[in-house]
Design a protein around this ligand. Structure first.
Ligand code: SAH
Ligand code: SF4
Ligand code: F3S
Length: 438
């Protein structure tokens, strides 16, 4: 048999997975494998377990690939590899399972597997097996937007929200050393990167495991590196978010005026059952502080409907919270039971039809509010970074404002990656239209 050479990576799930896939690609290239746009000798699925639907989708791709490519090496990496591990090999004919601790070293892992030096299972969560996400080779690797980079500052999560599989599949919180992160950001900026997004399951907990500087200090140090146009960060957690972060944003115009603060539910009873460790009162305190310090800032959130025991009244509390807070954007989900989590032991009490009704109503409410929030920006002036030619017109370009709202202005290919000051003139659908200031 010829030595397997070409590889394809198919990525599911969140930004953390997309970022891991980049590292996996670098690792494979470094070991001499060749990237292919079609399924080749090695087919890798970087998977997500956050909801059942995410796993079902990945499994359908895995089954299809196994059937059609009998001689290829099928690799499952990421969160579902960690969760199902051996089952993927015995029930789905997968050759190799590689959990998140190991995935950035996948090149040498596959090489060893080909040379019959392993049993094809890499799912340990022993700290000694953890491969860091800060990797200088990433600095020259191009993102979808060539001036933008995701920078993972911490891995894993120890919050154990009752519904969530992430702590089990990603393991405990590991914050990377601040000096390494800052040096890496400097390297990126030196290579022409002008926009950075700091990434972690709960970035506000940064350093709590290692005794490193707190998140707001790290944010400030990176914001002050010369050459940056824009600095974003996701995700925040209401129990750890603090006023210092808002002061740092306020003092550093380069930081996006856009805060993603998952609420999950507007009912204190449900929040407690979810083990979110904050009350609505606390959440409103943060919202008030944001309004005081950063009155125009956009606030986005995640919401789950149909958590076990959620009554119609609890759901109405969520709707009322959404109306009171006036989120600019909300990612809304139907609760999906995940084996191994605390909520899995509770009866999935809300029937799917009710979950769907609640979801539809929530989406409708969120949509109306986002529209109104966007209207407030008309006649204001803001900075934007141009991302691409508009899909609708050749002489228009689309980008994002400092509030991370999509915006269209007149422009051409040469404007891509540039930062402009614009005045917003109108709103069509959910897109703002602006004009460049002289
Ligand atoms: N660490 C981030 C993201 C976690 S996953 C955070 O804490 O916000 C992204 C979102 O998926 C969560 O915010 C939650 O709204 C949703 N989610 C997680 N587990 C879920 C489940 N079992 N069912 C439905 N939605 C879920
Ligand atoms: Fe999951 Fe909660 Fe951790 Fe977010 S904070 S990853 S929702 S356990
Ligand atoms: Fe991300 Fe899904 Fe894993 S949301 S952390 S890829 S379970």
């Amino acid at each position: 048999m010829k030595t397997p050479k070409t590889f394809t990576i198919v990525t599911f799930g969140c930004q953390m997975n997309k970022s891991d896939s980049e590292l996996m690609e670098i690792s494979l290239l470094q070991e001499g494998f060749v990237k292919s746009t079609t399924y080749g000798d090695i087919i890798i699925f970087n998977t997500c377990s956050v909801r059942k639907h995410a796993e079902d989708r990945a499994l359908a791709h895995i089954i299809e690939a196994r059937n059609a490519y009998k001689n290829s090496i099928i690799v499952v990496a990421g969160c579902m590899a960690q969760r199902l591990s051996r089952e993927l090999k015995s029930n789905y004919g997968v050759d190799l399972v590689v959990g998140p601790y190991h995935s950035p070293a996948i090149g040498s892992i596959i090489k060893n597997f080909i040379q019959h030096q392993s049993n094809g299972e890499y799912i340990s969560q022993d700290v000694k097996d953890f491969v860091s996400r800060i990797h200088p080779s990433l600095a020259t690797h191009k993102d979808d937007l060539p001036w933008h980079k995701w920078v993972t500052i911490s891995h894993g999560c120890e919050n154990y929200c009752a519904y969530c599989i992430v702590p089990y599949v990603r393991g405990k919180l590991i914050s990377f050393p601040s000096q390494q992160i800052i040096d890496y950001c400097k390297l990126l900026i030196g290579n022409g990167i002008t926009e950075i997004t700091l990434l972690g399951q709960n970035v506000n907990q940064y350093g709590q495991d290692s005794g490193d500087i707190p998140f707001y200090t790290l944010l400030e140090k990176i914001a002050q590196l010369p050459g940056l146009y824009k600095l974003n960060f996701i995700t925040s957690h209401p129990k750890d978010f603090n006023i210092e972060i808002l002061h740092v944003i306020n003092n550093n115009p380069v930081i996006a005026r856009s805060i993603h603060l998952p609420l999950q539910s507007g009912s204190d009873t449900v929040l407690q059952a979810m083990n979110r460790q904050y009350t609505m009162k606390h959440y409103y305190t943060i919202i008030d502080a944001i309004h005081k310090l950063l009155p125009m800032a956009s606030i986005s959130t995640d919401l789950i409907v149909g958590f076990p025991g959620e009554t119609q009244k609890d759901f109405e509390d969520t709707i009322n919270a959404v109306r009171t807070i006036q989120f600019d954007e909300a990612f809304t989900y139907k609760y999906s039971p995940r084996e191994g989590t605390k909520a899995f032991t509770l009866p999935d009490s809300v029937p799917d039809t009710a979950k769907q009704e609640r979801l539809d109503m929530l989406i409708q409410t969120v949509r109306e509010i986002s529209q109104k929030r966007l209207m407030n920006h008309i006649h204001t002036t803001t900075d934007m970074i141009v991302e691409r030619i508009s899909k609708k017109s050749e002489d228009e370009v689309m980008g994002k404002t400092i509030y991370n709202h999509p915006i269209i202005i007149k422009g051409a290919k040469e404007d891509i990656g540039k930062k402009y000051t614009v005045t917003i003139v109108s709103l069509k659908g959910s897109t703002l239209y602006g004009e460049r200031s002289a």
